[in-house]
Design a protein around this ligand. Structure first.
Ligand SMILES: NC(=O)c1ccc[n+]([C@@H]2O[C@H](COP(=O)([O-])OP(=O)(O)OC[C@H]3O[C@@H](n4cnc5c(N)ncnc54)[C@H](O)[C@@H]3O)[C@@H](O)[C@H]2O)c1
Length: 373
């Protein structure tokens, strides 16, 4: 199989998840391009070397600009905080590389638009990492909706709840700094609920929103006696209207004690409903009004049959898959799109649309008014 040389920028949480996907993808799927894990890039030489050894990268680097301009690199994967996405992606596109970028696309709508313009002008393959689209149960939900099994869609209820910084003693990490992260729970996790809403229901045309920061100062990392200001939201809520007439709510918070990675949605249509929860990601709950009244009710599909999306590549029915598989599926589809010279979904255009919704929620919260997109 021909191979494709990958450079990954950022080696921590997402760096590890993406590395695992490149390592696994050719063992389970048969992409026409085999990813070669060429260079891992980070800022601290000893740490990036240790990560490269652990994850299986051939080389390390500390200057991303040099890396994206290397002639032997075909695909640049961006797994850094949001404040560096735009400059890395634009430089990579100008150097003619395919670009895979973590969400949210940039820290502002303007940055995201510049990124889309750069990849479009360069004519390179581009993709944003909304990996939750590629969960078999979510793909099944999409199929059922597209087949009309739910009828006309009326409600989308997207909820993404976590609690990792709920303790006021938790330090002021980059995710709590607007300059680095762009926004808080909004861009970090509501962005996923927005993407799932757009994927499953359709375009969002209007929003009303609210943002709240409960813990306003926190200890500085490494200097627990000094405090700094939290400049992002801890929680966001939004009412949304979709172009097809559906209405919805999107709630994201990092202050929901006990909720770890509760990414849930429920969709109600004129003929049925479905519900999904990431913490039970192999299952899809469905309800069909057409079922015989005596057995009608929500029931659980264990989405692990060979006929379900992506499952044939893995294990026999009932032998469940997990979080890391969502990245392997995403990377598989990215590699196939590169082989076909096509742009996969979600693309940077989806990233821009997502960012516009994030921006509209911020504006709606600031002005206390509905904002049209
Ligand atoms: N798809 C998902 O489900 C998901 C989950 C978590 C995070 N993310 C996104 O992934 C991105 C990274 O988040 P994370 O959780 O991996 O963060 P992290 O803090 O765990 O890792 C960030 C990495 O970027 C590196 N880095 C920072 N600035 C750099 C620079 N200028 N040059 C080179 N390396 C640099 C850091 O050294 C670190 O290795 C963010 O955009 C985040 O929103 C997506």
């Amino acid at each position: 199989m021909p191979s494709i040389n990958v450079a990954l920028i950022g080696y921590a949480f997402m760096g590890k998840a993406h590395s695992n996907a490149y390592r696994q993808v050719s063992h389970f799927f048969s992409p026409r391009l085999t990813p070669r894990m060429k260079v891992l890039c980070g800022r601290t030489p000893a740490k990036v070397r240790a990560a490269a050894r652990e994850y299986g990268w051939e080389e390390t680097a500390t200057d991303w600009e040099e890396v994206v301009n290397r002639k032997d690199i075909d695909l640049v994967d961006i797994a850094t905080p949001g404040d560096s996405h735009a400059e890395i992606a634009i430089a990579a596109a100008r150097a003619g590389k395919a670009v895979f970028c973590e969400k949210p696309l940039g820290n502002t709508v303007a940055e995201a638009e510049r990124m889309l313009a750069a990849v479009t002008k360069a004519g390179v393959t581009h993709m944003i990492c909304h990996n939750y689209r590629r969960i078999p149960a979510v793909m099944l939900a999409k199929q059922l909706i597209d087949e009309g099994r739910l009828g006309e869609i009326r409600h989308y209820r997207g909820t993404y709840l976590q609690d990792w910084p709920a303790d006021p003693k938790f330090p002021l990490v980059w995710r709590l700094d607007k300059k680095k992260a762009g926004s808080g729970a909004l861009g970090d996790i509501a962005a996923h609920s927005i993407d799932l809403g757009r994927f499953l229901v359709g375009e969002i045309t209007e929003v009303a929103g609210d943002l709240k920061t409960f813990i306003k100062t926190r200890p500085l990392p490494g200097s627990p006696n000094k405090r700094g200001r939290v400049t992002v939201d801890d929680a966001s809520t939004a009412l949304v209207r979709f172009r097809n007439g559906a209405i919805g709510t999107i709630e994201a918070t990092r202050m929901a004690l006990g909720r770890k990675n509760y990414n849930r949605f429920e969709i109600n249509g004129s003929l049925g409903s479905l519900a999904f929860d990431l913490e039970r990601m192999n299952e899809l709950e469905v309800y069909f009004e057409s079922d015989k009244p005596s057995v009608r009710g929500f029931h659980r599909i264990l989405v692990t049959e060979a006929g379900h999306p992506y499952i044939k590549a893995w294990w026999p029915p009932g032998h469940i898959i997990g979080y890391e598989h969502t990245f392997t599926h995403t990377v598989y589809d990215l590699l196939e799109a590169i082989a076909d010279g096509k742009v996969p979904q979600p693309s940077f255009a989806d990233g821009v649309k997502n960012q516009r919704v994030l921006g509209a929620i911020e504006k709606a919260a600031a002005t206390r008014r509905w904002v049209a997109l």
